[in-house]
Design a protein around this ligand. Structure first.
Ligand SMILES: NC(=O)c1ccc[n+]([C@@H]2O[C@H](COP(=O)([O-])OP(=O)(O)OC[C@H]3O[C@@H](n4cnc5c(N)ncnc54)[C@H](OP(=O)(O)O)[C@@H]3O)[C@@H](O)[C@H]2O)c1
Length: 381
């Protein structure tokens, strides 16, 4: 039985992970969870499972939880998330990182530091700190497994293959909520329409990231780190049905694809059971849907955020922190209805243009840049 800690249990990935645990009680034992704003769901989860540990936003939440379960160990705030990831270091526990945003970086490093396996949905961790994660992995016996449909697809497709025979990885993109709109129509789009993703039901930040397509840029960066390939070997293509999750093209001309319904419970299940394959609760594909698949080249002028992400990766160092910080705060401002949709890309561009790059930023430098950018931009609106 695998023991599981979930960072971000109240979110979209976190809740789907709980469904998998519920469906497989003999295979998984939930040890602890973290939550943030959704106190009622966090309390529900704590009441339902016999947990040893919880990490919460603040002392008010901690008080509430103590009343319900006086025996549970409670951690608070950002340091709490790090200590949570390192809970009982001698025990064989898997950490599932389903946090959103850069807040997931330090907990991931902590888990790797104690040789704990990490199943990573939190892509911002690799975008910002991929170089630190790679360094940490070299000194650790941890495995880092992706929880993202595209990366799970590539992981499955590379199984048993020699990486040197890979010509390119091709990640598919649904195109997000505004895929049928021209750029000229994006000026006054509403938050509600941006949150209405055609294929996936996800947390609000990644849904907006999909609409701007910066999410695809993040995924390209993620793939570079996860599969150790140059960025020129990773491409994205529009595929509106989201049934093929990625392709791998090999040197001999063969192209393989991973195909499944768009249901995140499959990549989560795959990572949780790896290297085994077991019956999953994910929706199964109706083969006839494959009669009607569409593919289109991505127009980078239509989705400038995708270009910014690739540019930030190529420039490297602290530029990736700038990309992510500007995006995180701009998306937050858009969700709070303080800026317009197209302001997101404008803010990212301006921040990147004004940044003096640090080539190998330390963890401290990353956090300082992140905080400085977020505070400055937020205070402008
Ligand atoms: N959703 C998907 O289908 C999907 C697919 C692929 C990859 N991903 C990636 O997976 C990650 C999670 O996505 P999601 O859609 O599950 O996001 P989500 O629904 O917004 O959930 C995020 C989780 O993180 C917690 N959280 C948010 N801000 C926090 C903070 N500052 N400190 C501590 N905890 C915080 C939230 O707590 P509260 O809810 O209690 O506030 C929630 O539990 C993201 O990196 C995303 O890009 C998601």
């Amino acid at each position: 039985m695998k023991k599981i800690l979930i960072l971000g249990a109240t979110g979209s990935i976190g809740r789907q992970t709980l469904e998998i645990i519920d469906a497989n009680p003999l295979d998984f034992k939930l040890i602890g969870v973290s939550g943030f704003n959704n106190t009622s769901l966090l309390i529900e989860i704590i009441q339902k499972y016999e947990l040893s540990i919880a990490s919460v936003k603040d002392s008010i939440q901690a008080e509430k939880i103590k009343k319900i379960n006086p025996n549970i160990k409670i951690l608070i705030g950002e340091q709490g998330l790090i200590d949570f990831a390192g809970f009982n270091p001698e025990e064989d526990i898997t950490l599932i990182n389903a946090l959103v945003g850069m807040v997931g970086l330090k907990p991931t490093l902590r888990a790797i530091g104690i040789n704990r396996n990490v199943l990573l949905a939190n892509k911002e961790t690799l975008v910002v700190g991929g170089h630190l994660i790679k360094e940490a992995l070299k000194k650790s016996s941890s495995n880092l497994y992706p929880i993202d449909s595209e990366h799970s697809a590539i992981w499955q497709l590379l199984n048993g293959e020699n990486k040197s025979s890979v010509k390119r990885l091709i990640i598919t993109a649904s195109g997000g909520s505004f895929r049928d709109k021209a750029r000229t129509e994006l000026e006054d789009v509403s938050l509600e329409s941006a949150l209405n993703h055609p294929n996936w039901s996800m947390g609000s930040k990644i849904t907006i990231d999909s609409a701007t397509m910066i999410n695809k840029g993040f995924e390209i960066i993620e793939a570079v780190y996860l599969f150790d390939l140059g960025i020129d070997k990773v491409e994205a293509i529009l595929h509106q049905e989201s049934l093929i999750h990625s392709f791998v093209e090999f040197e001999d001309g063969s192209i393989t694809a991973q195909i499944a319904e768009h249901d995140m419970r499959l990549p989560i299940h795959y990572a949780m059971y790896y290297p085994e394959r077991k019956e999953s609760i994910a929706y199964k594909l109706d083969f006839m849907k494959l009669n009607n698949l569409h593919f289109k080249k991505i127009d980078f002028n239509r989705y400038p955020c995708l270009s910014y992400a690739i540019e930030a990766y190529k420039i490297g160092g602290s530029m990736r922190t700038v990309l992510n910080a500007a995006n995180e705060i701009a998306v937050r401002l858009f969700i709070e209805k303080k800026i317009k949709f197209l302001d997101i890309e404008r803010i990212i561009k301006e921040e990147m243009e004004h940044h003096q790059v640090i080539t190998f930023p330390s963890l401290e430098e990353i956090y300082t840049i992140d905080s400085e950018i977020k505070t400055r931009i937020y205070n402008q609106y």
